[in-house]
Every structure is written in C-alpha cells, then in structure tokens.
Design a binder for this molecule. Sequence first.
Ligand code: BES
Ligand code: ZN
Ligand code: ZN
Length: 491
Amino acid sequence: MTITFSVAQNIAKTADIRVIFVCPGKAAAASKAAAAARAGSRETTGARALLRSKGFKGKAGELEVVASEEGHLTAVVGLGEAPTLDDARNSAASLVREIKRHTSVVCLPPDLSSCEADISSWAQAFAEGIVLGNYQFDNYKSKPEPSNLRKVTIVAEKQHATIRRSLAEGARIAEAVCLTRDLVNEPGGTLTPEVLARRTVKMAQNCGLKAEVWSLADIKRQKLGGLLGVNRGSEKPPRFVKLQWNPPGKPKKSIALVGKGVTFDSGGLSLKPWKAMAHMKNDMAGAAAVIGAMSALSEVQPKCRVTGYLPLTDNMTGGDATRVGDVLQIRNKKTVEILNTDAEGRLILADALSLASEDKPDAIVDLATLTGACVVALGDSYAGIMGNDDSWIETVEDAAKVAGERLWPLPLPEDYRKQLDSPVADLANIGSGNGGTITAGLFLSEFVADGIPWVHLDIAGPAFADKVSGVDPKGGTGFGVRTLIELVRQF
Ligand code: BES
Ligand code: ZN
Ligand code: ZN
C-alpha cells in the first residue's frame, strides 16, 4: 500500500502519532518544542519532561516514543549536531520501522538553519527514508504483518508547493528502489530470465518506456556468445532485454545503462560452496537496479535518451554446461578462454557492453554483483567504481554523493592486463593473480569501444544486506537506483 504525503499549516489533532525532530543543545530544539506547544499542547511539555528523565540528547539515531497523560503519542527523533541528508533518510527509516503499526503521522521538520540542506532537499530525503524504511518483502510469508502507515503530513508555515513536490519526488524514487528490492528478493527458481523479462516489459508498458526482448533464437542470431556460454548449463532459456526512455523532442545526448542479470549463480561447474551460494539469487541486482531506475524516468523526465541493456540467464551445472577450458566468442568477436565458470558475470556483460558500444552512446555505466574480492576490499556498504575516463568517474561519484550511496574508486592499471593473457584465446576470463575486482574491470574494458566514457560499479557488497541498517532492509537493498536516477537527471 502506498503512503500519501501532504503538507499542512498546523498539527492535525487526528493523527495517530506526532513526530518532532531534534538537534542537541541547539536553539533549534527549543524552538521546535515551542512550535509544537504553539500547535497546541500541554502534552508536548509533558513529553519534554519525560524525555529529560530518559536522558534524551537529540543525537543522531536516538528515537523515543512518549505518551502524554492524555494518551497522545509523540515520537522524538534525534538528528545530531549538523544533520546531513543521509541523517534525514536514515532517521526517517528508523522512525517508520518504530511506528508502522500506526496509520497517520504528522511531523514537524527540524530547524535547518545550521545545516547545508534546505527544506526541499530535506523533504525529499525524508520521504525517501519513510518509503525505504517501510519496505518489507512478504510474498512468501503465510502470516505477513503489513505496515499500517498510510498518511504522512509535514507541518510547515510556507513553501507548501515546493515541499509537496519534493515529498512526491522522494517517494517516487524510493518506490523505484523498492521495485528493485522486490526483484532481487524473489527466489532464483521463480524469477527465471523469462519471468524477469516479462515483469520488465510490464513495467515498461506502465512507465512510458520502449522494451524489446530477445529470445534464445534471437540471442543466437545476434551472436551473444558470452550469454549463450553461461546459459548452456541451464534448463531455462536466456533473455536479452533492451529498455529505452526517449525524452520528448530530439535528445542531444544518450546514456547506456548495463546491468548484470544472473538470476541465480551456482558457479556452474566451478561450483560454489553452499555458504557462498546462499544469496546468489541477488546476482541480478545490477539488472534490477537499471530496471528500477528506469521505472522512474517518465516522472523524472531526463532530457537525454536512456537505454538499458540487460543480459539475463542463470549459471547452472547441467550436462552440457560450459566446461573449464572451453572458448567462447563474444559479440565483438573477441575470444575468451573459460578458466573458471564462476566468473560468468563478465561474460554476459561483455556481450551487453559490445552491443551498447555499437549504439554509440555518449557514456556507459554498468552495474554488477561481479566479484567477492570487492566485498573483501571495501566491505558490505561500498561499491567499487572503475572506468576509462576520470571525468565520467567523477560525475558518477558526484551523483552517488547526492543520492547518498557509497562508492570507492579502484584503479585499472594497464600492466595488470597481462594477468588475463591466455595461451589459446584473446583473453582468459579470470586473472592469474590478486586484485580480482581490478582484473574483472580490465576484462570488461575490452568490450567497450574506444572513445566512449565508461564506468563500472561492482555492487557485490551493497546490493544485498544481512542486517537492517540505515534505509536498508535485510535482503535486496536496491543499491544503485538512486545514483542512476540522479545521474540521468543531470546528464
Ligand atoms: N556473483 C559472483 C560475485 C559475488 C560474490 C556477488 C559475493 C555477490 C557476493 C561472481 O559471479 C563470482 O562468482 N565471482 C568470482 C570470480 C572469481 C571466480 C574470479 C568470485 O568473486 O569469487
Ligand atoms: Zn559467479
Ligand atoms: Zn555471478
């Protein structure tokens, strides 16, 4: 059920719970309380006394729900000294997890005089946090406990139209993230390439995008040798989906978004041990991020053309699975010796990057749960960023900063390329030494045509979470969606 956001002049007496955001030791806290009191209650004063007795300081992450003598509930949310937009998102997400049994809430925004955020960007981040924190995946629960939250009202004296627009924008972006989460959380046995393609086409029809789906026969005709090679061990046919947003008028620029869509990665004949396989339904999180981001484009209305390239298959161990030592030929004619069938993502991305290059976009971004090595290097919450053009890397980094997603750069040194040399083919699919994330990036760079700025995001760490943290639930996080939307908006 969707949440409706609105703006009001006063605190609605009818709301189930009111929310006050507090920064510690600031005039802000006092003025907030004063505003609350003005808006009508002795109750707030009672609540303040109660909070004082609990030692509430207003630090980021602090959250208390207090009841007045009359029984009215107030949630007090600490924001820290100089709250950032990340604090706005994260505190809204913790808030909603705490109060989702209520139907309506009314919120007094914080005093933003001491921070860089204005009310409009705060409202957007707040709405993102509310919708992201409210997310749950219970398709397979026999007794789901759905959230009751339906109505969130912000109290403000002025700028109602601006705030309303920002709230709607934040909610729309977060819904796109939730679509990605839903796709990632769906089990690999259910969300086969065929099903994922079908769901993507449906989304495209509802969201003003063009979609084209290639069947197995089309994929053979198009000579996508990487995708065919990875699919050989599977009972399920592969799909290749092309999605397109065409802005009104003639676009001056175009951007290609490429996403790894391995609907389940068993490792193939180089089989993964059970623990490493446990979350491999998430190996299509790159494709899902592209799908989620593109679902919001008709509302974001970017001025550039945006094309998504999604190679979809699972990586299985069937009787005719690609053998170690086999050689595959990628769309761009380069040949690859398969030394480890578990390094499959780069093979399907190689075809997709070749196809994207043929369309001559002004820039390419790919997203992929590509290497365990990236998780070792950067941990669970940073994606690795690599590419062939410093200024394009910087542009993507800036978009991620605005969106509140964490990226960290890794180099693509030319001299590491010899790790990929093969005695029988143009290159091998794994490097011979350390630095697995970098050699994977260098592998991909071989399939991007010269002169096209390209960025690769290795999202193996942040695409899937094993605990609730910030705006992230357990499971699929929807990482990358917010960055992509921000990126195409500016492009
Ligand atoms: N899908 C995995 C990478 C992965 C690991 C994603 C952990 C999410 C979390 C990828 O296909 C893979 O198996 N990569 C291998 C590459 C190796 C064989 C060179 C890896 O990282 O072990
Ligand atoms: Zn793999
Ligand atoms: Zn994989």
